[in-house]
Structure formats: structure tokens, C-alpha cells
Design a protein around this ligand. Structure first.
Ligand code: UD1
Ligand code: UDP
Length: 355
């Protein structure tokens, strides 16, 4: 079969790395990069490090409002789909690249396989929620990372298209978790210079539209500054200017602001951190895979499966709330593996073949 995969953002490259390897054993994959993420350390570095084949197309579309970005992608993706006439379009997650590709493919009657289907935050102010719901409803095959996601699909009358396959983020974590050692990592500081990773540290990431105003970022960083150990904080480019400005005003001593790190470095930092503070869907799950306690700064739950035994707790972007949640005791009970067995990629390819 000729299968077109559309990716555009950092977390999609990671999933694509493991799924593409399986897909290409028997099928012809046409890889399209929308260009949504474009800095070297947000895009190319993932292709290099994870040996993802070069995209057949890079549409070079990024930035602007949601409508602007999605609309430009929709036009270009329709052209590419008309030219290539794939048998399937494969999509990951909930970015604007996902939504644009879903709309283009559905109108051309190309069946869509949505990987990571059925995730719901039940918050319509979260832009990704709109992308997820629309994509699920126009897709033919809905591949769920967890049973919880499958239940969400049932609630929307989509269960006949849904299959539980597990989470390719877990496949990736299991495949790559030991590839880099902590003492080989050199952090590139945002204001210049290099530094090694401290022996004990918290790992912070923060990039959501919902969290990126000066006041919220200040509260988050004020909380991290209070802790005895240092915080390693690789800054998503959405936040670079703001983070540098807040840093300049508040003069934090305990927080290391760095350029985005590579994926292998990031999972090594997760595996060795004391605790994780984040608003990232990927980091929440990686913390769970690594059995590290996580505090998620969002007012909605993305991954209910991780919210057991204080392993992942929501906090407001408020210094005291973050510190309180960081102080809670984590309880890990026995074997609990809601994200599958680390072989979701094989199941994804089988599901397409058996459709
Ligand atoms: C997007 C996804 C989000 C996902 C995240 C992963 C949507 C609506 N959101 O959010 O679901 O969690 O990717 O990281 O699609 N920028 C750069 N260089 C880059 C990439 C971005 O400078 O390589 C800057 C640009 O100014 C851009 C801004 O960051 O306008 C935001 O990027 P965008 O892709 O729109 O959203 P993300 O926050 O990355
Ligand atoms: N990540 C990375 N470098 C960084 C920060 C994060 O490689 O500097 C990885 C992280 O380990 C996770 C993924 O990027 O696997 C998550 O991406 P992001 O937080 O941008 O998006 P989300 O998962 O929230 O959609």
C-alpha cells in the first residue's frame, strides 16, 4: 500500500520514528513534513538522532494564527494528496498539522488512520481538543493508546472504528531510554555558555498557550527557585523571549535555562530527575514510564491513566500550589501498564492491513 504520513511537530517525529520503521517493512510510505516546527533542535535533530527517513515533502508552513497556519496547510496538503493519491493517510495526535491533513484527506475520500485517537481533556478552550475531536470524527481507523481513550471514543459513538494498540511514545521510550548517559550531556544555556547536568535536579518544561504569559511563567519559576536542588529547564521556542525577560527581571539562581535538548537527552533527563514539572502531554507519560513523580501545570487532565497514587497531579500556575503538589508522597503500586506492551507500532501496521 501507499501510505502518506503527515507530521509537523516535535512529539510527532518521535512517534513516527518507531511506526515508520515498521510500516516501511511492507509498505511504501510517503512522508510529509508540514514545517510547523522548523528550528534545527525542534525538527532536524529528531530526524538525525532517530534515523527517520528524510521527508518526501516539506511544506515550510509555520507560525501565524491557528486559522492562518491550518488554512495554508490545508491548501498545500490537498495538492500533495491529489498528486500522490495514497491509499491511506496516517496522522498523530492533535496539532494543527493533524487537523489540516485530516480535513484535506477526508474531503478527498482518502481513509485516515488516527494514531493517539480518543484523548479528551473536555476543555474546549484547549486548542488541541478541537483538533482531536474533528480528526477523530473524520477518520476511518481510530487507534487508541489506552483503554481510557477507547472509552472516550465509545461515548462519542465511534467505538466501531476504535482499536486499542498502545502508545508509540512508550515504544520509543523503551527503544531509546538507555542510549545516552547523563554525564555525557552538555546543556547549552539560553544566554550563552555550556554546563553539565547537576547531580540532583528537577526537570521542567512548559510550552502551552495556556501557560505562557509573564505572570504564569513567573509563578512557575518562583516555585522552582524555592527548591533546594536546581531545575533544568529547556525552553520551547514559543517561550524563549518571555523566559529571558522574566529571568532578567527576577534574577533566578537555581534554574538553568537551556536550548531545547535532543530526544535522547530529554528521556535521559526524565530518567534521572528527582521530579518532573511540565505541561507537556509527552513528558507526563515519560515521567510515568520512568516511574518519576510529575506535577502537571494545566487545569485539565490529558492522561487520566497517569493520575494514580500522586504519580501525576495537576497544579495551577501558582507558586504555592506547585510546591504543595511537589511535596506530596508518591505511591507506586505493583505492575500497572496502561500504555501497552511497547509493541504498538506492529499493532498499528496490522490494524491498517486488516481494515
Ligand atoms: C504545537 C502543538 C501542541 C504540541 C506542541 C509540541 C498546535 C495547535 N499545538 O504547539 O499541541 O504540544 O506543538 O511542541 O499545533 N517556534 C519556533 N521554532 C520552531 C517551532 C515553533 O520559533 O521550531 C515558535 C514560533 O514562533 C511559533 C510558536 O513557537 O509561532 C508556536 O509554535 P506552534 O507550532 O504554533 O505551537 P506549539 O506551541 O509548538
Ligand atoms: N522533548 C525534547 N526536548 C526538549 C523538550 C522535550 O526532546 O527540550 C521531548 C520530550 O521528551 C517529549 C516530547 O519532546 O518526548 C514532548 O514534546 P512537547 O512537550 O513539545 O509536546 P507535547 O507532548 O506536549 O505535545
Amino acid at each position: 500500500m501507499r501510505i502518506m504520513t503527515v507530521v509537523g511537530a516535535r512529539p510527532q517525529f518521535i512517534k513516527e520514528a518507531v511506526v515508520s520503521r515498521e510500516l516501511r517493512k511492507k509498505h511504501n510510505e510517503i512522508l510529509v513534513h508540514t514545517g510547523q516546527h522548523y528550528d534545527y533542535n525542534m525538527s532536524e535533530s529528531f530526524f538525525e538522532e532517530l534515523s527517520i527517513p528524510d521527508p518526501d515533502y516539506n511544506l515550510g508552513i509555520s507560525g501565524g494564527s491557528h486559522a492562518e497556519m491550518t488554512a495554508k496547510m490545508l491548501i498545500s496538503l490537498e495538492e500533495v494528496m491529489n498528486k500522490e493519491k495514497p491509499d491511506w493517510v496516517c496522522l498523530y495526535g492533535d496539532t494543527n498539522s493533524t487537523l489540516a491533513a485530516a480535513l484535506a484527506a477526508a474531503k478527498l475520500h482518502i481513509p485516515i488512520c488516527h494514531i493517539e485517537a480518543g484523548v479528551r481533556t473536555h476543555s474546549m478552550t484547549n486548542p488541541e481538543e478541537i483538533n482531536r475531536i474533528c480528526t477523530d470524527h473524520v477518520s476511518s481507523l481510530l487507534l487508541a493508546a489506552t483503554q481510557e481513550s477507547l472509552t472516550e471514543l465509545e461515548k462519542e459513538g465511534l467505538s466501531d472504528r476504535g482499536i486499542f494498540v498502545g502508545d508509540p511514545m512508550y515504544d520509543a521510550f523503551e527503544t531509546y531510554k538507555d542510549k545516552v548517559q547523563l554525564d555525557s550531556i552538555t546543556l547549552r544555556k539560553l544566554d550563552g555558555g555550556e554546563i553539565s547536568v547537576p547531580r540532583e535536579y528537577y526537570y521542567l518544561t512548559c510550552h502551552r498557550e495556556e501557560n505562557t504569559d509573564d505572570e504564569k511563567l513567573t509563578q512557575i519559576l518562583d516555585a522552582m527557585e524555592e527548591l533546594r536542588e536546581k531545575t533544568v529547564y529547556p525552553v520551547h521556542p514559543r517561550n524563549t523571549k518571555r523566559a529571558l525577560k522574566v529571568f532578567d527581571e527576577r534574577k533566578y539562581n537555581n534554574i538553568i535555562l537551556t536550548e531545547p535538548v535532543g530526544y535522547l537527552e530529554s528521556i535521559c533527563l526524565v530518567n534521572n530527575a528527582m521530579k518532573i514539572v511540565t505541561d507537556s502531554g509527552g513528558l507526563q507519560r515519560e515521567a510515568f514510564f520512568a516511574r518519576k513523580q510529575c506535577v502537571t501545570i494545566l487545569d485539565f487532565v490529558c492522561w487520566q491513566e497517569t493520575m494514580v497514587g500522586n504519580r501525576n497531579q495537576l497544579a495551577k500556575p501558582d507558586k504555592n500550589d506547585i510546591l504543595e503538589k511537589l511535596g506530596a508522597k508518591q505511591i507506586i503500586e505493583g505492575e500497572y501498564k496502561p500504555f501497552g506492551d511497547g509493541h504498538s507500532s506492529e499493532k498499528i501496521v496490522l490494524a491498517i492491513e486488516n481494515y
